[in-house]
Ligand binder design. Structure first.
Ligand code: ATP
Ligand code: MG
Length: 117
C-alpha cells in the first residue's frame, strides 16, 4: 500500500475527486493547508512581500491536501491522470508525495491491508 499526498490549488479539488471516483479509489482525507514551494509563495512581481509593516520573504498560500491510501498498482495511473488534468503549466500547480503505508484495518470488519481500503 502507498499513501499518495496531493497538494494543489483549492479550485482543483473537484477534478481530483472525479479522477479518484473514476478509478474507484476507496477513500480520501482532505485538509485545507497553507504552503509554498520553491517560489516561497511570491505571486507578485516584487520579490518581497509586505504584511502589516513587517517584511517577509516567505508567503504561504492556501492549498488543499488530499491524502489517499491505495494498492501499489494504482499509484501510477492516479498520478498520471492527476498530472494530465491538474497541470496548467504554471508555477504552483502543485506537488505529489508518495510514501509506503505499512498496514490498515477497517474497524467495522477487522479486514487488513488492501482489503481494508
Ligand atoms: N519540498 C516540499 N515540502 C513540503 N511541501 C511542499 C514542498 N514543495 C511543495 N510543497 C507543497 O506543495 C505546494 C505546491 O508546491 P509548488 O507547486 O509551488 O511546488 P514547486 O516545487 O514550487 O513547483 P513549481 O516551480 O511548479 O511551482 C506548496 O504550496 C506546498 O504546500
Ligand atoms: Mg512553486
Amino acid at each position: 500500500m502507498k499513501e499518495v499526498i496531493m497538494i494543489v490549488r483549492p479550485e482543483k479539488l473537484e477534478v481530483i475527486k472525479s479522477i479518484l471516483d473514476e478509478l474507484n479509489c476507496g477513500g480520501m482525507t482532505l485538509s485545507t493547508v497553507m504552503g509554498c514551494g520553491t517560489q516561497k509563495g511570491v505571486v507578485e512581481e516584487a520579490g518581497v512581500n509586505q504584511i502589516k509593516g513587517y517584511k517577509t520573504t516567505i508567503n504561504l498560500l492556501p492549498k488543499v491536501q488530499i491524502s489517499i491510501v491505495v494498492p501499489d498498482d494504482k499509484v501510477e495511473k492516479i498520478i498520471s491522470d492527476v498530472r494530465m488534468k491538474v497541470a496548467d503549466g504554471r508555477v504552483g500547480d502543485g506537488k505529489i508525495f508518495i510514501r509506503n503505508m505499512e498496514d490498515a484495518m477497517r474497524i467495522r470488519t477487522g479486514e487488513r491491508g488492501n482489503k481494508a481500503l
